[in-house]
Write a protein that binds this ligand. Structure first.
Ligand SMILES: *Cc1c(COP(=O)(O)O)cnc(C)c1O
Length: 405
């Protein structure tokens, strides 16, 4: 046995970018996780909307182990079967004609933004390079993606940010109209603001974004890193809203826990990233793509997508009851299995504290900013695990309400 690791070791050997909880999870099945001490947790967090098929799904383990015995990596100098198979499946299942593979959401968005810039400069000259993005959005942590996302806390202190970005208030049609012009190469939107409070876009807003892009010859980019792969009860959020983008980015649940991301585009848009314009060593890795193909085929089944809607209704009403009874949540919102519980006045600003209490009572949840508790569980979380999780949430809320009195 090697020396056991604990939270203390983190402080010693990790760059201090994160501040993880003391609990050290070591094993998971379905939506239940065990820590080093053998305590169990119901996983309503889903690894931040990543573990869309829970933990230890047999189809994913099978895809991974099969591919592990075949071929791990060949480089993009050669074509590989799993990448082409997944690209074909993704294009068959979506508006898109072509795919670029990457390893993270930030990279998929980086590809989308670089594509938008090339497209703009080629079709409208150097002036046409502006990207219009929403305030409080999140697109990843590379310098380009933090510059595009309108959150100063992620972009300040790193020297000059990327220029040519216009930020508009989310869901504000007038602001969009005032900022999209012939200089715009792309409008980028998260169909639901995930990190910033689980706030769904209004359909009219997305429709207007589509119209403005058409009027001004700009690309509409949907960042579906969090909302894609069945999360909303449709395979992708654009289907839920009935608005077609030109470019869509995916990551999180695409590999269900294995690093995998993709930028999908129409052929018209994709042509602007010709040979040599962009690339990635690991993007399209055979192991990742084999898992992605298995994940897509499991998730893209009517029964699974229907199951998301059933679980949505069930969780929404139970969470509303708990929230009301213990004066913890003033609103429960969201679509499918991306849910936000907005904290009441007395708990506002304390989502971290509330989340820690849930964990102590055996439930993993997430924050979405200081005022909102977010749930993004497995799309196939067993109903009995939902019930256990809800019971534990009920007990936690009760304890919290006593603490507040
Ligand atoms: C998580 C997320 C990203 C970033 O993905 P990484 O894999 O962490 O780079 C980008 N956009 C959205 C909407 C996300 O939720």
């Amino acid at each position: 046995m090697t020396t056991p690791v604990s939270r203390d070791l983190f402080q010693q050997v990790m760059v201090p970018t994160y501040n993880p909880m003391a609990v050290v999870p070591v094993r998971g099945i379905d939506s239940r996780i065990w820590d080093q001490n053998g305590s169990d947790y119901i996983d309503f967090a889903g690894g931040i909307a990543v573990n869309a098929l829970g933990h230890g799904h047999p189809a994913l383990i099978d895809a991974l182990t099969r591919q592990a015995h075949q071929l791990w990596h060949v480089s993009n100098v050669f074509t590989n079967e799993p990448a082409l198979r997944l690209a074909r499946a993704l294009t068959q299942a979506t508006f898109a004609d072509q795919v670029f593979f990457a390893n993270s959401g930030a990279e998929a968005n980086e590809a989308a933004f670089k594509l938008a810039r090339r497209f703009g400069v080629r079709t409208g000259g150097d002036e046409k390079h502006e990207i219009v993005a929403a305030l409080d959005s999140f697109h990843g942590r590379s310098l380009f993606t933090v510059s595009v996302a309108g959150q100063p806390k992620y972009s300040e202190g790193f020297g000059p940010p990327m220029a040519g970005i216009r930020h508009v208030a989310f869901n504000d049609i007038a602001a969009l109209e005032a900022n999209v012009s012939s200089r715009t190469c792309a409008v980028v939107v998260e169909p639901i603001l995930g990190e910033s409070g689980v706030i769904p876009a209004r359909r009219a807003y997305l429709q207007r974004a589509r119209e403005l892009c058409d009027e001004h010859g700009a690309l509409l980019i949907f960042d579906e890193v969090q909302t894609g792969m069945g999360r909303l009860g449709t395979l992708f959020a654009y289907e839920h809203f009935g608005v077609l983008p030109d470019v869509m980015t995916l990551a999180k649940a695409l590999g269900c826990g294995f690093p995998l991301a993709a930028m999908l585009a129409t052929k018209d848009a994709a042509q602007y990233l010709g040979p040599g314009t962009h690339g990635s060593t690991f993007g399209g890795n055979p192991l990742a793509c084999a898992i992605g193909e298995a994940a897509l085929s499991v998730i893209n089944q009517p029964s699974v997508l229907r199951g998301v809607k059933v679980r949505h209704k069930y969780l929404m009403s139970a969470l509303a009851v708990i929230g009301k009874r213990f004066d913890l949540f003033q609103e429960v919102r969201g679509i499918g299995l991306l849910l936000g519980c907005a904290l009441t006045e007395r708990w506002k600003g304390h989502s971290q504290h509330v989340m820690r209490h849930f964990l102590e009572h055996g439930v993993m949840v997430l924050q979405a900013g200081p005022d909102v508790i977010r749930l993004a569980p497995s799309l196939i979380i067993p109903m009995e695990e939902i019930d256990i999780g809800l019971c534990r949430m009920f007990e936690t809320a009760k304890t919290l309400s006593l603490e507040a009195d």
